[in-house]
Design a protein around this ligand. Structure first.
Ligand SMILES: *[C@@H]1O[C@H](CO)[C@@H](O)[C@H](O)[C@H]1NC(C)=O
Ligand SMILES: *[C@@H]1O[C@H](CO)[C@@H](O)[C@H](O)[C@H]1NC(C)=O
Ligand SMILES: *[C@@H]1O[C@H](CO)[C@@H](O)[C@H](O)[C@H]1NC(C)=O
Ligand SMILES: *[C@@H]1O[C@H](CO)[C@@H](O)[C@H](O)[C@H]1NC(C)=O
Ligand SMILES: *[C@@H]1O[C@H](CO)[C@@H](O)[C@H](O)[C@H]1NC(C)=O
Length: 663
């Protein structure tokens, strides 16, 4: 053998023999004194067990055979066999996320994610053919994205946590041929065999309880040429991960053979599994009565502690009056699990009212958005919940459906349908500078929002005022239909439950002047905000912008000025690059101006607005005539003289709003 190669291998801390483990087979019955490389939560316990993960959340752990194995011979992966004994313990009926045997090109899994990625992949490497990872997963959580069949399955995975083949955990009885299922999270040790044949490229996976010999019929069998997956020199080991559901994952024994069967594991020599809640120290403890009692007490204490902690963690606020809203109430634990513990990974955004998280409801597997709103005051909460629930009954294709709520101390959680395309403002003011919404979609969104508002104002049982129509409260569903969200939240301010709340509710720039003055929301104050919203969508600009002298310029004033100068088309969003329907654009702009008219009697109601948009009322009727406006302004006793004084000679629009309060 050339010196350089020997030297190279020595550098790696291995001899050539070491490169191939110096052995074609091995068997470990228990791991005491074994030189396995461990990382993450993995540790070898005094009894010889390997604990890959304990009950910590979002943990990963790996145990590797220390030296790599030379798998290839003349460019082909050799036949190999492995067998191992594992056990999963959890004090809960569910445990997560499972463990896997794997073969990988290196031992560096620092970038892999726990949870459903099993500590082997992350969102980038999952599915990447350059991962060169072969794995057998024992999965205890059903993940729909990964097409998991259930929460108790065995799978063959190649470069992905999405299994190429999987089946419920269990085995075929040799005598009867009947399939008998096994529960992975059963606190019982079980054995698994993985066999690969180089000629046929067949992969067999078999499992059985400890007292049963290897069944003849494998649980899983497929063919895949692993020569394209396993690298020449590769590491073998075990990986495990937890998420918000956790479990203790143990390895008791492991054997391996290349071009030979895996040596049998001596079942009688296996280390003992710990009892629940008590780590595997029992072997070192003298089993005398007082100790047993102590251990039992300790176990009870730990379980009580865990239960109490769990209770505190998932504590909710319930009051008698809420009974009737039972069906709309969701448990905090479900929401906690759905959003993976409100983790950063699931954070969709932070709005004025709090954080919004994406989640998947446990049983229905429905995608949801969970909004956490802080509310400290009890005042008004009853009415608020009543309103929220009544809105929850509403079904309209332009409204975001509210699915339910949950209440905790100081906090309200609202659960909505998940809108995959996010909020509209993102598209209008996207930083990338390129248009993501073409004309047809914009016009369709405006019509959709109009239709949703018409429904709220006129078509459902009682009049519902949204109070906070704006681009960031319009969400886009999977077909980019506009849907109105965040109902009633503006209302929450009325009750002073948001610390910095003012009496006037709504967003500056969208506030109708009479609302700013009186604080009284009406359907026509929604129409005003809708008018501003239309201009926002057509112009691709925010309702208030700063001009070069740092002065606030109202979008409405700017559009109005262009209208007077006969250059209305110049206000259309330049990001559309001229690709729009000029008639529709002018119609929408004029309607926007009309809706955001300072005088309520000049604004159309939503039904009329809808008719204009559908071209059922002629566009010529829309004439936001300013002289008329001024006249009306003078005649309206109702108006605050201060506002009249604030009106500059020509345009009385935006300046009114600038004195209005709000968030
Ligand atoms: C474990 O590794 C160390 C050095 O890495 C070596 O000295 C020791 O003999 C090894 N023990 C076993 C049991 O292989
Ligand atoms: C492991 O991989 C990460 C990135 O994937 C890298 O930052 C780190 O340096 C690597 N560690 C070792 C010991 O190679
Ligand atoms: C295993 O099979 C039994 C009997 O068929 C069934 O009742 C049980 O639900 C199954 N267990 C699992 C985990 O599927
Ligand atoms: C897989 O199982 C079948 C059925 O028992 C057997 O005929 C075949 O040889 C096995 N293949 C391997 C690679 O062990
Ligand atoms: C598997 O792939 C290797 C390398 O691509 C090739 O040499 C070998 O013939 C293939 N084995 C089978 C059985 O097709």
């Amino acid at each position: 053998m050339p010196k350089e190669i020997t030297f190279f291998c020595l550098l790696m801390g291995l001899s050539i023999a070491g490169c191939s483990s110096g052995e074609d087979q091995f068997v470990y019955s228990g791991f005491t004194d074994r030189n396995l490389s461990l990382d993450g939560g993995a540790r070898i316990m005094p009894s010889g067990l390997i604990e890959l993960t304990d009950s910590m959340v979002r943990q990963k752990g790996h145990a590797f055979h220390p030296s790599p194995v030379l798998f290839h011979k003349s460019g082909t992966v050799q036949s190999f066999s492995i067998s191992f004994v594992f056990a999963i313990l959890s004090i809960y009926p569910e445990s997560g996320h499972g463990l896997a045997f794997f073969i990988a090109p290196n031992k560096n899994f620092s970038a892999a994610f726990p949870t459903q990625y099993l500590g082997l992949f992350n969102d980038h490497t999952n599915g990447d053919p350059n991962s060169y990872i072969f794995a057998i997963e024992l999965d205890t959580v059903q993940n729909y994205d990964l097409h998991d069949i259930n929460d108790n399955h065995v799978g063959i995975n190649i470069n992905s946590v999405r299994s190429m083949q999987s089946y419920e955990a269990g085995y075929y009885d040799d005598k009867s041929g009947i399939f008998l299922n096994l529960t992975l999270n059963s606190h019982k040790a079980m054995q698994v065999w993985v066999d690969y044949n180089r000629e046929t490229t067949q992969i067999n996976v078999t499992m059985a309880p400890l007292n049963i010999a290897k069944p003849v019929r494998p649980l899983l069998s497929t063919t895949y040429n692993l020569s394209t997956v396993i690298t020449n020199l590769a590491y073998m080991g075990f990986s495990s991960s937890t998420g918000t559901v956790t479990g203790e994952h143990y390895l008791l024994a492991w054997s391996f053979g290349i071009n030979s069967p895996a040596p049998p594991i001596e079942i009688t020599k296996l280390p003992e599994l710990p009892h629940l809640g008590q780590k595997a120290q029992s072997k070192t403890l003298k089993i005398t009565l007082p100790v047993v009692i102590m251990v039992v007490l300790l176990g009870a204490c730990i379980i009580t502690f865990v239960l109490v902690r769990r209770n505190l963690r998932y504590a909710e606020l319930h009051e008698d009056w809420e009974v009737e809203y039972g069906p709309h109430r969701l448990s905090y634990k479900d929401l906690f699990d759905a959003t993976e513990g409100f983790g950063d990974k699931n954070l969709l955004g932070t709005g004025g009212f709090g954080m919004v998280y994406k989640g998947v409801l446990p049983v229905s597997r429905l995608d949801v958005a969970v909004k956490r709103v802080s509310h400290d005051s009890k005042q008004g909460i009853k009415e608020f919940i009543a309103e929220i629930v009544s809105i929850g009954h509403l079904q309209h294709r332009n409204l975001v459906r509210l699915l339910g709520y949950c209440r905790r101390k100081g906090e309200l959680l609202l659960v909505y349908d998940y809108m995959p395309n996010g909020s509209l403002d993102k598209y209008l003011y996207g930083k990338d500078g390129k248009t993501t919404l073409d004309w047809t979609k914009r016009f369709q969104i405006i019509k959709g929002v109009a239709s949703g508002l018409l429904y709220l104002h006129e078509e459902c049982e009682k009049v519902i005022i949204h109070r906070d129509i704006k681009a960031s409260n319009v969400l886009l569903d999977d077909e980019t239909n506009g849907r109105i969200g965040d109902f009633g939240l503006a209302r929450l301010d009325d009750h002073g439950t948001i610390p910095e709340a003012t009496h006037v509710v709504g967003t500056i720039g969208y506030l109708a002047p009479e609302l700013a003055r009186t604080g009284k929301a009406t359907p026509l104050t929604d129409v005003f905000a809708f008018g501003v919203f239309i201009l926002e969508v057509i112009c691709g600009q925010r309702p208030i912008k700063l001009n070069t002298e740092d002065r606030q310029l109202m979008l409405v004033d700017w559009v109005l000025e262009h209208w007077h100068n006969g250059s209305l088309a110049d206000t259309v969003d330049i990001k559309l690059q001229g690709e729009y329907d000029i008639d529709e654009a002018c119609l929408a702009l004029k309607l926007g101006l009309l809706c955001s008219h300072p005088f309520t009697n000049a604004r159309p109601n939503m039904r009329q607005a809808m008719q204009y948009l559908n071209k059922e009322l002629p566009i010529s009727e829309i004439t936001p005539n300013l002289s008329f406006s001024m006249l009306a302004l003078m005649q309206n006793d109702d108006l605050n003289p201060y506002i009249i004084l604030q009106c500059p000679s020509e345009m009385g629009f935006g300046t009114i709003s600038t004195i209005s309060g709000g968030r």
